[in-house]
Ligand binder design. Sequence first.
Ligand code: APR
Length: 238
Amino acid sequence: MAIETLVEWMKNSNSTVVLTGAGMSTESGIPDFRSQSGWWQNIDPRSVASVESLQHHYELFREFYQMRIEALTNIEPHIGHQILADWEKRGLVALIATQNVDQLHHKAGSEEVAELHGNIVTIRCTSCVKPHTIEHFLNNSVCTYCTGKLRPNVVLFGESLPQEAWNRSFNEIQNADLVIVIGTSLEVYPVNQLPRMARGKLVYINLDVSGSTRQFDLVLEGSAGEVLTKIDQKLALF
Ligand code: APR
């Protein structure tokens, strides 16, 4: 029943925005953060993913991001990413606002993607901000222009979000007829404030729905790949 309701809402929506988190990438083999098998079960994020770690524990910072970048090798988008990319092409999704830094939405073919937490596949110098290759970062090299330290273009704890991605996501979610939130615990500020900005229908697709879901008009418990496949099958009739 919930799937049919969502399909109806999608058909009648003039603008649908999708907000994704790490749960969108676990079926591609990338751990999320707060599930039992998540990154933060064994690592304190402040020690490796914060401005403080970049400035005062650079080696730990660099090793953590080297590990996460290398974990992306041979990782492919799964059926859920592909369905969202197909829905964009069919005019069913106007924007994907993502917290994910793996660019799997892009790899699946989505073009309208706002990276709210940046990404770990592009590198810059912390001092002169000039771009560098991933190889340069993985080889533990310094900036070729100013010998400054290199870092991924990811938003660290303690940093503000990229203005353009935030403004676009905020505005499009506010004006959307339908917002579908997929694979996120909604524990991290300020992205966790975005669903409440929605003036249209608000839907949650998540493996764990034990938290507070009263802000949602519809909750679909399950994995992103499976639920999106079921929705897509119903949509096929449309
Ligand atoms: N399908 C649907 N939901 C899933 C799946 C899946 N295959 N796998 C995991 N989930 C759900 C989990 O139940 C959990 O509620 O996705 C959610 C992932 O939550 P987090 O691990 O907290 O990830 P996220 O919400 O994206 O974290 C936000 O925290 O550490 C920072 O910058 C990091 O962007 C990240 C932010």
